[in-house]
Design a protein around this ligand. Sequence first.
Ligand code: NI
Length: 157
Amino acid sequence: MGIRKILTDKDPALHKVCKPVVNFDRKLHKLLDDMAETLAEANGVGLAAPQVGILRRVVIVDTGDEILELVNPTLVETSGEQTGAEGCLSVPGKYGLVTRPNVAKVKAQDRYGDWFEAEGEELIARCFCHELDHLDGIVYTQVMDRFLSDEELDEME
Ligand code: NI
């Protein structure tokens, strides 16, 4: 286990399309374990492999109940809409106004290669969309309406 360095969006790794995972081996398990430790340390909700410099399609999401490990994830269904504040560990100290689906269902492989589906609402749906975007080199600042001011953030809390 180990904490990995979280890259900022100035790093080219955050703007590349990630490759699918083909080997469900110890190296992948170590990456997932390290990402979970890194996410906990940073107090975040989600983390994508490119944020720690690994250009593979791997995402983790802390649902509050568990750490969901999503390998080679795709969005299979979305519904509704939510507009709210969104942040990213790679864009420290800032939040933007982003519109996302209110419900999102993803299909992914687990660390052993078995396929499963997971559905999230509100914050978790937002997180699924945000983290999957990272795998295609997209940071939320590219899809946001605008950055939020401190005053606006205070009002939203
Ligand atoms: Ni992010």
